[in-house]
Write a protein that binds this ligand. Structure first.
Ligand SMILES: *[C@@H]1O[C@H](CO)[C@@H](O)[C@H](O)[C@H]1NC(C)=O
Ligand SMILES: *[C@@H]1O[C@H](CO)[C@@H](O)[C@H](O)[C@H]1NC(C)=O
Length: 496
């Protein structure tokens, strides 16, 4: 029996006063997509992305609000939260992706916590909800040295479990877990929902601290102070250190930690956020439940996934950081990414990124999507087999021999057969689900996930079309705002 492990939850700190927390239990994906800094094209570096599944290279407020699910727990919030992904630079020059606590070998299961500090500063200013269309950045991707201004203090790293203050740079000793945080500016000019550098419409306070204090007259409207917290699981790399530098690098080529940053795109129901800002003050217990009511479960948040949009490998062992991101250690700022051409992206999406195998022709079965499963009450219960040589074809052959209508693959090596998929276990429209694990017998195939089942159905004479398909290049180009261009980023969709 396999169960979903609740890694992230235990890692999250208990909320402090004047705070509410959006628990992003999981991620939509890790990709080179950034609708704020690189709209419509492949972004310069890989981000880990949490939030509403309306996320794309051209997301705006309306698309965020129209999300059908989110990887975070508050139904009223379809905001998107992203930051650069962490890698380990090995002695031989390869880059290894670093899991986030909660991934548990099951793909992008882990997530991040988003704190909303409801601090109005010494004058106890009324806080305003983020307006529709609002977006902002915190941190500076090219920064490679320490500064003591509020922007410099707003990015911190911590070797979890080891005494000592948070540091502005990545830990210089071996850690089981590295926590990274970035605090956003909380003062707004009251007029512009964005600005050319995505920063100057907001400001850190003029005094006090970067996460408190009074707003300057140029930016008089006090907002919530947002901060992101991500826990990276660095245990597995402790015996791989070498040389005289700490070996972790962020996806933007930052070997110091000073260049860590966060991107925020508002997708809130404005009234609900305003109510939370007014309610979640000192001494109010369980304010999230009071304000937001029923919340999304961890399983539901983890089932909200987006298919790959940029056809390249971002996990596992990589010869270089995706994009063009030479690793730099400062103190000089990193060169602007435009001075270095990123490798051309392939337009052919490798089958493993699509999450299914096309067996319509050789088997006469079709992929119907990624459903849910629960140990103890199986989605498909007529027959089962498992092993360390499982493939999609093997499972289908097994279920064929049992005469069932459906075949499902789960947790890398498990195969289930049955004749019925109940509605509450069926693939969810608009979400590709959490089927991200490689098959035990073929690393280029996907065999479900934890509590997630890759479902195939016999065509038996009927139409034989997989329900996840590649968008036409033209549609993808339109979506990317490049009607006449060949898209640089490939867009896929779940057509269920
Ligand atoms: C480089 O070293 C890492 C860590 O030992 C290993 O996983 C990877 O396969 C190596 N890369 C190559 C190209 O051999
Ligand atoms: C599955 O079973 C339910 C009742 O348990 C039934 O309503 C539904 O039609 C069945 N679906 C299929 C596809 O057989």
């Amino acid at each position: 029996m396999k169960s979903v492990l609740l890694g992230l939850v235990t890692a999250l700190a208990a909320p402090v006063s004047s705070t509410f927390v959006v628990q992003c239990y999981s991620r939509l994906f890790d990709q080179r997509i950034d609708p704020i800094v690189n709209p419509g094209v492949a972004a310069t570096h890989v981000h880990t992305v949490s939030g509403g599944n309306g996320f794309s290279a051209t997301t705006d407020f309306a698309k965020a609000r129209a999300s059908k699910c989110s990887t975070c727990n508050i139904y009223q919030d379809n905001s998107m939260y992203w930051s650069p992904k962490l890698y380990f630079k090995a002695q031989n020059g390869s880059f290894l992706s670093v899991p986030i606590i909660g991934d548990n070998g099951g793909g992008n299961l882990g997530g991040m916590a988003i704190y909303y500090l409801t601090r109005g500063g010494p004058n106890n200013d009324k806080l305003r909800a983020f307006p529709p269309g609002f977006r902002m950045l915190a941190g500076d991707s090219n920064k490679r040295h320490s500064t003591d201004d509020f922007a410099g203090r707003a990015v911190t790293h911590k070797c979890v479990g080891v005494d000592g203050p948070d540091t502005k740079h990545l830990p210089k000793t071996k850690c089981d877990t590295i926590r990274v945080q970035v605090v956003f500016p909380s003062c707004w000019d009251g007029k512009n929902v964005d600005s050319t550098n995505h920063k100057s419409h907001v400001s850190y306070p003029k005094d006090g601290n970067f996460d408190g204090g009074r707003c300057p007259s140029t930016h008089p409207v006090h907002l919530a102070t947002l901060f992101y917290e991500v826990y990276y699981d660095t245990k597995g790399f402790k015996n791989m250190w070498y040389g005289d530098k700490q070996p972790f690098v962020f996806a933007n080529g930052d070997g110091t930690g000073y260049g860590y940053h966060g991107d925020f795109l508002n997708g809130w129901d404005e009234k609900a956020l305003q109510k939370a800002l007014d309610t979640c003050k000192d001494g109010v217990q369980n304010c999230e439940a009071k304000v937001f009511g029923n919340m999304r479960s961890q399983g539901e948040a983890q089932a909200c996934k987006l298919p790959t949009m940029v056809s390249e490998q971002v996990n596992g062992v990589l010869p270089a950081l995706p994009g063009c991101n030479p690793v730099t250690y400062g103190p000089a700022a990193a060169p602007s990414s435009s001075s270095c051409a990123a490798p051309k992206l392939s337009l052919k999406v490798n089958a493993q990124y699509l999450g299914y195998v096309d067996v319509t022709k050789n088997k006469g079965w079709k992929y119907i999507g990624c459903g849910k499963d629960v140990a103890g009450s199986r989605t498909l219960s007529s027959a089962q087999t498992s092993g360390n040589t499982m493939t999609v074809e093997k499972c289908i052959d097994f279920c064929k021999s049992k005469g069932t209508k459906y075949a499902g693959l789960e947790y890398s090596g498990e195969c289930y057969c049955g004749n019925n998929v109940s509605a509450d276990r069926a693939p969810v429209s608009g979400s590709v689900g959490n089927c991200l694990m490689k098959c035990s017998g073929n690393a280029n195939q996907v065999c479900g996930g934890a509590g997630a089942i890759s479902l195939y159905q016999t065509c038996s004479g009927g139409a034989c079309t997989n329900s996840v398909k590649r968008k036409s290049r033209r549609l993808a180009a339109l979506e990317l705002g490049q009607a006449n261009a060949v898209p640089r980023a490939e867009v896929l969709e779940a057509a269920v």
